[in-house]
Design a protein around this ligand. Structure first.
Ligand SMILES: O=C(O)CCC(=O)C(=O)O
Length: 249
């Protein structure tokens, strides 16, 4: 990618709060990620702490839906996040040096994959300023039937929305006043093919539908970067923890 392309991406990100880059990864790169994922699930997952691995149905390993901090257990995923093209992109959109924080796995198993509640990542991050970005890499086709990601265009400039407890495993918080006419007017869905990349700002409101298909999963990888200006916001963290502990599911 040349300097002009980076600049265009930065401008689009600044205006809309997200960027969609089709075919950012080629087929070989997608295959390499999927291979590592398979190895990881077989060899690493059995020894991972329970809070880093989530299932739709705890009693059924085939329903694996989410994993956290995969960079800590796999040099491959660490290299994908640190010193990589993704890191360069994160720096380009935030306009500062970044620190790779988390490599995540997002799957929606067929039939039972639940919707991703509308949220802003910054609500979970508790940082000030809220300079952070999430990269979402499609590993399989994602569409309306199996739960593609959607954004509210420009929502990164409209402040933090109120969040409340959900019963969704892996996404404990949902925007409580989501769905206004203004929201619906700015809603944009992003069907994606393997290798496509979505990048969103930590303040961008996003969600994804459930997987209603009979046999297609919806696998994706998420990479989170904080800008180096982002510092822990202890006040926000305290409020978040208080809300978390006081709300009932
Ligand atoms: O994959 C999904 O359904 C949601 C992903 C997400 O919320 C994120 O990448 O921040």
């Amino acid at each position: 990618m040349n300097a002009e392309q980076y600049e265009q991406i930065r401008k689009d990100f600044e205006r809309d709060g997200y960027v969609f880059i089709p075919a950012f990864f080629n087929a070989d790169q997608v295959t390499a990620v999927k291979w590592e994922l398979e190895r990881y699930i077989t060899e690493v997952v059995p020894g991972m702490p329970a809070n880093h691995v989530m299932y739709e149905d705890m009693t059924n390993p085939a329903t694996l839906k989410q994993m956290q901090d995969m960079q800590k257990y796999s040099a491959f995923f660490n290299d994908l996040m640190c010193g990589s093209e993704m890191e360069k992109l994160a720096e380009a959109v935030l306009g500062e040096k970044v620190i790779g924080k988390n490599v995540e796995y997002f799957n929606k198993p067929p039939r039972i994959g639940k919707s991703t509640p509308p949220h802003q990542d910054a609500y979970y991050f508790n940082i000030k300023p809220t300079e952070a970005v999430t990269m979402w890499m499609a590993l399989e086709d994602a569409d309306d039937e199996n739960g593609c990601v959607s954004y509210l265009v420009g929502s990164h400039k409209k402040g933090m929305r109120p969040h409340g407890r959900t019963s969704t495993i892996g996404f404990s918080q949902s925007i409580t006043d989501y769905g206004t006419a203004e929201d619906m007017a700015s809603l944009k869905k992003f069907p994606a093919n393997p290798g496509d990349l979505l990048i969103h700002h930590a303040m961008t409101v996003h969600a994804a539908g459930p997987n209603t298909t009979e046999s297609r999963s919806r696998k994706a990888l998420g990479l989170i970067y904080f800008g180096e200006s982002a510092q822990p916001d202890l006040e926000a963290k305290e409020a978040y923890m208080k809300a978390l502990n006081s709300q009932t599911v």
